[in-house]
Design a protein around this ligand. Sequence first.
Ligand code: C2E
Ligand code: CA
Ligand code: CA
Length: 665
Amino acid sequence: MSTLPAVAADVTSTALTVIAPDGRCLWSNVATRRLGVRPEELPLSRAEPDGPAVDVPWPLADGDTRWLRVRCHDVRHDGQPLRLYEVRDVSVERRERDWGRNYRWRLAHIEQLAKVGTWEWDVATGHVIWSDVLLQMFGFPPGTALDYASYRELLHPDDVALIGRTLETALGVGGPFAYTHRMYLSDRTTLRVFECYGEVFTDPSGAPVRVLGTAHDITEMRQVQDELIRLAERDPLTDLPNRRALLARLDDLIGAAGESPGALLLIDIDNFKDINDVHGHVVGDDVLRVLARLLVRHLPTGTVLGRLGGDEFAVVLPRTPAGDALAVAESLCDVAARTPVPLAGAGLRVTLSIGAAPVGPGVTRDTLLAHADLALYEAKDAGRNRARLYLPEQYRHAVQRVNVVTRVRDALDQHRMHLDAQPIVDLTTGAVVSHELLIRLHDGRQPPLPPADFLPTVERDDLIGDLDRWVVATATTALADPAVAAAGTCFDVNISARSMESPGFGDWVVGVLRAAGVEPGRLGVEVTETAAITNVAAVRNLAGALRDAGCRLSLDDFGAGFGSFSYLKHLPFSTVKIAGDFVRQADRGGADPVLIDAVVRAAHGLGMRTVAESVERAELVPALRRLGVDAGQGFHLGRPVPLEDLLDHLRDRRHTAAVPRPRDP
Ligand code: C2E
Ligand code: CA
Ligand code: CA
């Protein structure tokens, strides 16, 4: 075969070999010999005659495996059927290809695991290649041809500008960049959040050539993050912003004070401790929740209600001048007082005290809170269930408040507390049925303090318990006086909500009366309607102890609070005292006589007596009598006089003592 074709066969890099039907090699070229084995030992059998080339592994003696690409041709030579094999060593080629395939597979796998897709942007052509994983993240099948314009249409319109700016800057300066954006998926409905990192590659002249980037779907992570932020800023009980969030809003408010006025409201639930003590914490929590919902519904839009902790709430009111803030606060007091909190069985009336403070010049968060707190204190001091606006004079009041408690404590210790007695008169017979005892502070200090000015302050202090016991003890001592007992005189004393709820107070009263040998029916206890309705269970306990022993129990100032007839029905009072506001004009028509009539009917129907307060004019007596009111009390029927004077009068009655006269003011 030393012909031209044979020469050509020897220079090609493809091994050629001719095999006879019996397996013997008839001919091979130089490239075959370079493979280093006899042609008969080559793995040729897998290649079909005139079929496609097949890659065949070829294990070597040293343990390595090489790959041969074998093609087989049927040839005839001298009438004999022979096979010509082309054999090429493709080991290197295959290794490179496998590595590449493997690399791409691994990359895709990592992308899938990490939920990260990759993209590559050819700056010159504007062509973008998206990895299959990224396309799938966008909701497209792998291999979809997605051009930049179509991609841009899916971006959230609010984020397009941001992406544009970021890429523009990155192309200008080169290097890495990052942005987060929202994007609709291929369905054009599902919105997801992607976080992208990229890097701009430049040519030696610094011109951008390629941009490589990743995109990471962080929608769920964002949701978790948002939820964490929400949790960190929410009060779990009421789901309102918590203290932290509220203080942040307050900082915003102070920051914006230059542009528009703003105000802060501090809200405190009246007697919340008592609600908790009497009804339990579960009810207390319910009250907080219900109230939170109620207040939110009644606040102007743009305001933020939050819970500062305990029973304290606060409202941040942007763009609100001081007067409007006070009006908002008053409307909240109003709606709370009008809306009973539904509880098992009955509705619990909850009242609020609110302090409002405007953001003034140079005010800080702490001073604003302090101002609102002072105003809140004023609201409580003025009898609760009301709102007050911070006024600079309140600093003075705050100092005075400390003095009030000290003055009352000193007066108790130094016997400078006194009682006045005001007769309660039967409207039919004109007989005095009892005397209400009213506390007086006579300590000679300035300014003089009437009960309305010192009681609310003392009621916020444990001192109120001592005061109420002192009143009961003093009344009992007076009742035990033989002259007073002989006259059959009765007294009615006022007690505060705190004493009413103090367990055992009723038993203590009964014990004191028994120890003094006083018939219990001669002492009555008055609790105000406002105190009674927020503490129904406590009234019931107190009533149980007092009425079992034969003491009277009066519901004071009925109508001044909510005038709720349902409470009358549920609470075992012996007497209802109709608040002066309804009495003063009762002889002049209008709504007052109608209301009095209704109260009298309800009370009598429940076996209770009625007393009209503030009977200031003679004309009222026949009018009230016609309405069926049993008794009256007021300046016309008898002014309060010092108890001592009354006692002196009773002791000397058989002699010539004058009728006691009111104290000099
Ligand atoms: P209250 O229980 O409704 O007592 C009646 C108040 O009306 C008394 O005021 C009395 O002086 C006044 N008053 C009597 N008749 C008339 C009248 O015809 N016209 C007008 N305008 N007022 C009349 P006071 O003594 O200033 O007592 C105010 C409140 O302080 C009492 O209202 C009561 O809630 C409370 N308080 C008085 N003494 C005590 C006490 O010893 N302990 C407690 N916890 N509270 C007391
Ligand atoms: Ca009273
Ligand atoms: Ca009263």
